[in-house]
Design a protein around this ligand. Structure first.
Ligand code: ADP
Length: 367
């Protein structure tokens, strides 16, 4: 069984890569795995429990360290979150379902006029749930998620980032269906700096663009790869990249109803005293982003502890037995805890900036 699958994967690999560009040499000969135990140790176990053979066990060549780096630093299979953990944004969730999840799960339906987008861009103010949405999409079923943070892509492997990009897309195909995720894509593929631009990052950029062009032609094999990117500064994204991120979804600041839902989500694990009303809290937090609301909840939830330790010495605090009970009904969060936290927390996004997002949305969301 192992051997049969091995051959299938190798065929897939050979189809999807031209050995000249990858520099990776597929392992020759059958029987790469001598025992079932060895076979399993070379597998990546996905969320649904399925085992996907590790690429590391399969290929060798000059770029092995990149294969290993991608598996260890980018391929994420833990911490599943669901759409229910994300307040509101129902339109975005629906769009993501249609633009990313379904094409990856039932590629045979998304052909011809229904051909999936190669790339999807989530844009909007910081802290509105863009990264959460991407993670939730990847958590939904057997989809592999390659998290390409700019620290890994452009600094750690500086000088090699072009090659890293090639290997990355080959691995994404190996593990398909996959999402290749670029957080803050404006920083990685910026439109600025054409003159002083570092040679390596220019080459990375053009490699990424050509890999994205290869996506649609490789999807015929029935296994898809989709690029998902987020940005807080859509106007800074390189134009060629923007064009390839064909589907653009605006993730705005939460409205009052969304903020109320956020309060409910974030305060699930603490006890609320009389008079704490999530509707009132939502009304008092106009202009707050999702992460502002979370910070507020965090700060407020520390207030009961602050009350308990007031005027106590470190030794007295250590001797206290209440820590396990801090969340118990004895020490609930009170309305004044939120008022106090509200004095310190202010909306992090200015109104003029919001207008800028809306203008960009009008101009480019349906380019
Ligand atoms: P960004 O839009 O900048 O990618 P994130 O998705 O990283 O923002 O959100 C930052 C934090 O803010 C999250 O960890 C989460 O706790 C909170 N948050 C933001 N939006 C939402 C939301 N819609 N529902 C629940 N929590 C949210």
């Amino acid at each position: 069984e192992a051997v049969a699958e091995d051959v299938a994967i190798r065929d897939d690999w050979l189809r999807s890569s031209s050995s000249e560009t990858t520099g990776l040499v597929p392992m020759l000969g059958l029987g790469v795995c001598k025992s079932k135990l060895e076979w399993e140790s070379m597998s990546v176990r996905t969320r649904t429990g399925a085992a996907v053979p590790r690429a590391v066990g399969r290929f060798r060549g000059a770029d092995m360290h990149l294969v290993r780096a991608i598996e260890e630093e980018m391929l994420e299979i833990s911490n599943p979150i669901t759409f229910d953990d994300i307040a509101s944004l129902s339109a975005a969730k629906e769009l993501l379902n249609e633009a990313v999840t379904l094409p990856l799960l039932i590629p045979e339906f998304f052909v011809g006029i229904r051909e999936p987008w190669k790339g999807v861009l989530l844009f909007g103010p910081p802290g509105t749930g863009k990264t959460l949405l991407a993670r939730a999409v990847a958590s939904m079923s057997d989809i592999r998620f390659f998290n390409c943070s700019s620290s890994v892509m452009t600094s750690k492997y500086r000088g090699e980032s072009e090659k890293l990009c090639k290997v990355l897309f080959n691995m994404a195909r190996h593990y398909a269906p996959s999402i290749v995720f670029f957080d803050e894509v404006d920083a990685q593929v910026s439109r600025r700096g054409h003159d002083g631009e570092h040679e390596a990052s220019r080459r990375f950029k053009s490699e990424l663009l050509s890999q994205m062009d290869g996506i649609s032609s490789s999807s015929q094999g029935g296994k898809n790869v989709i690029v998902l990117a987020t940005t807080n500064c859509p106007w800074d994204v390189d134009e060629a990249m923007r064009r390839r991120l064909e589907k653009r979804i605006y993730i705005p600041l939460p409205d009052a109803a969304a903020r109320e839902e956020m309060f409910r989500i974030h305060l699930k694990s603490v006890v609320l005293g009389d008079g704490v009303d999530t509707k009132v809290l939502a009304a008092k937090t106009d202009g707050f982003s999702g992460s502002d609301v979370k910070l507020l909840c965090r700060d407020a939830s520390m207030m009961p502890m602050r009350r308990v330790i007031l005027n106590k010495t470190p030794q007295e605090i250590r001797d206290m037995k209440v820590w396990g009970e801090l969340d118990a009904e004895k020490i609930p969060l009170l309305p004044q805890d939120f008022d106090k936290a509200l004095e310190k927390t202010k909306p992090s996004v200015a109104a003029e900036t919001i207008a800028k997002y809306e203008r960009w949305n009008k101009e480019f969301a349906a380019e």
